[in-house]
Design a protein around this ligand. Structure first.
Ligand SMILES: [Zn+2]
Length: 208
């Protein structure tokens, strides 16, 4: 019974941001006013990476086997959470038109520099693509794939389309890919409806 309650209380990972870097930021949502940590353990971090398509199931299983019981697993998960908060600060700065801090940029580059490997050229359909193949010996590779997503967001996206949910009690970010760029909510079914009901009530009170 208790287990059932815990399961329903714990939110699933959210993949609604439209960009993997922002989905990563959204792994610490607010539920009923309280921050919920979804990356508490290496196992959870690996599950997120797999669900996000940043690593494949085999790499995740390998990583769990190698690092779950040692100090490396806890260390890299702790770094993932710290990195996420640095990225959150950066995203917040972008939304508020403050630009990207030197610390944010340095944090991404620091991880990219540690992520040892090489660029590979591969066939894709009739053409080619490049892919960074990290050497799978150091747990930093797990964070490397997140740093790559952050670098991709900064270098290839229109940063004016980065948004924070319009519900002031929500901390989720998203990349607005709608045609008229007027997406306001992380999700229509949750924050969108809530804010619409609130706006309706406010209008209704005024009318009376
Ligand atoms: Zn929201």
């Amino acid at each position: 019974m208790t287990e059932k309650v815990e399961k329903t209380d714990r939110p699933e990972f959210l993949f609604l941001a439209g960009h993997p870097c922002l989905d990563f930021l959204n792994t610490r949502p607010l539920v009923k006013g309280h921050a919920v940590e979804l990356l508490g353990t290496l196992e959870e971090f690996l599950r997120w990476l797999t669900r996000a398509g940043r690593i494949d199931a085999r790499a995740a299983a390998d990583a769990a086997k190698k690092w779950n019981d040692g100090p490396e697993g806890a260390r890299v998960t702790d770094r993932a959470r710290t990195f996420r908060e640095t990225l959150r600060h950066m995203a917040d700065g972008l939304v508020k038109s403050r630009g990207v801090s030197t610390e944010g940029l340095a944090a991404i580059n620091f991880i990219l520099a540690e992520n040892d490997g090489n660029l590979r050229l591969e066939r894709q359909g009739g053409g080619f693509r490049t892919r960074f193949a990290a050497r799978p010996t150091n747990p930093i590779i797990l964070l490397g794939s997140v740093a790559e997503a952050a670098a991709d967001l900064l270098s290839r996206s229109d940063l004016h389309l980065l948004r924070r949910c319009g519900n002031p009690e929500c901390v989720l970010f998203f990349y607005d890919t709608t045609r008229n760029h007027r997406r306001q909510w992380c999700a229509m079914g949750t924050c969108g409806n809530l804010m619409k009901v609130r706006a309706f009530r406010k209008r209704h009170r005024r009318a009376n």
